[in-house]
Design a protein around this ligand. Structure first.
Ligand SMILES: Nc1ncnc2c1ncn2[C@@H]1O[C@H](COP(=O)(O)OP(=O)(O)OP(=O)(O)O)[C@@H](O)[C@H]1O
Length: 274
C-alpha cells in the first residue's frame, strides 16, 4: 500500500530577530507513514519533534525538502489548500487545559470544525452526540464547559474534535503527558480503538518510551534535528542500533530495582566506551 505521508530531506530554520535565519532545527529528516499506521516520534526535549509536527500541519515553513500527502506536494501549500487539508489532517495537543476554548460549551467546540468546513450549524450540532459517544462521554456533556471536566475528559473532548471531520492523519503532540498514569492508559486505548475503527494514521510525538511501546507500530528516534534510527517498535526498543537510542532507553524510568541496577551499569559502560 502506498504511503499516506512522506517527508523527504526536510530542513527547517525558524526566522530569528536580527538574522535572516536562526539555527537549523530540522537537518534533513525523512520518514513515511502508511494508512492506519502509528509512527512514534521520540527524542529529548528540544530535538525538533514538535517542529516536525508543525511543518506537517503547515504551521512552520521548511527551508528545503518535501512533504507529500497522498501523492500531493504540500510543503508550501497555500492557505486555501491548507484549510481544505484540515479536513484530513488534525492535531491533538499536550495540554487539555489550554487547548479548548474556555468560553465555549462542548457542543460548540465540537461543532466548530464541521461548520468551518461548510456544514450548517444545525446539522453540525446534531453530530455532537455521536462524537461524544465515540470518545466515551455522556450526551449531557454537550451543554457543559471545559472547566467542568477533568484533564482526561478534556483530552477526550480534544480527541472528539480532532476526529469530527474523519481525518486520515492526526498529529498527536504529547497527548497524554499532562495526565496521570491510569488516565494516560485510558486515553491511549481510546486512540487505538479509534484507529481500529476508522483506519486513521497517527504521528505520535512523545518523550515517553513506554507510551511509544503502547501505541506505535514503528518508531523514529530524533536527536538534535536528525532521525538517528527508525524501525518497528520491538526492534528499536529491544536492539537499538544508535547510542542515543540506547541512552534514551536507559534513561526511561522503571520501578523495578533489578532493572534500575542493570541500567546504571549499562549507562556506565556506555560512558566508558565513548
Ligand atoms: N517558533 C519558534 N521560533 C524559534 N525557535 C523555535 C520555535 N519553536 C521551537 N523553536 C526551537 O526549536 C528547537 C526544537 O523545538 P521543538 O519544540 O520542536 O522540540 P521538541 O523536541 O518538540 O521539544 P519538547 O519535547 O520540549 O517539546 C528548540 O531549540 C526551540 O527553542
Amino acid at each position: 500500500m502506498s504511503d499516506l505521508l512522506t517527508i523527504e530531506d526536510l530542513h527547517l530554520r525558524y526566522p530569528a530577530r536580527g538574522l535572516r535565519h536562526g539555527p537549523e532545527i530540522l537537518k534533513g529528516v525523512s520518514l513515511s507513514i502508511a494508512p492506519g499506521e502509528t509512527l512514534g516520534l521520540v527524542g529529548e526535549s528540544g530535538s525538533g519533534k514538535t517542529t516536525l509536527g508543525r511543518a506537517v500541519l503547515g504551521l512552520a515553513s521548511p527551508t528545503s525538502g518535501n512533504i507529500t500527502y497522498k501523492g500531493e506536494n504540500i510543503t508550501h501549500a497555500s492557505k486555501k489548500r491548507r484549510r481544505a487539508l484540515a479536513r484530513e489532517m488534525q492535531v491533538v495537543f499536550q495540554d487539555p487545559y489550554t487547548s479548548l476554548n474556555p468560553a465555549l460549551q462542548i457542543s460548540d467546540i465540537l461543532a466548530e470544525p464541521l461548520v468551518a468546513q461548510g456544514m450548517k450549524a444545525a446539522e453540525a450540532r446534531q453530530r455532537v452526540g455521536g462524537l461524544l459517544d465515540r470518545v466515551g462521554l455522556p450526551a449531557n456533556a454537550a451543554e457543559r464547559y471545559p472547566r467542568e471536566f477533568s484533564g482526561g475528559q478534556r483530552q477526550r473532548v480534544a480527541i472528539a474534535r480532532a476526529v469530527a471531520l474523519q481525518p486520515r492523519l492526526i498529529v498527536c503532540d504529547e497527548p497524554v503527558s499532562a495526565l496521570d498514569l491510569s488516565t494516560q492508559a485510558v486515553v491511549l486505548d481510546l486512540l487505538i480503538d479509534l484507529q481500529r475503527s476508522a483506519g486513521v494514521s497517527y504521528l505520535f510525538i512523545t518523550h515517553d518510551l513506554s507510551v511509544v511501546r503502547h501505541v506505535s507500530h514503528r518508531v523514529a528516534v530524533m536527536y538534535r534535528g536528525e532521525l538517528v534510527e527508525t524501525g518497528p517498535v520491538a526492534d528499536v526498543t529491544n536492539t537499538p542500533s544508535h547510542d542515543y537510542t540506547r541512552k534514551l532507553l536507559l534513561a526511561a524510568p522503571t520501578a523495578d530495582p533489578d532493572r534500575q541496577r542493570e541500567r546504571r551499569q549499562a549507562r556506565r559502560a556506555l560512558q566508558t566506551a565513548q
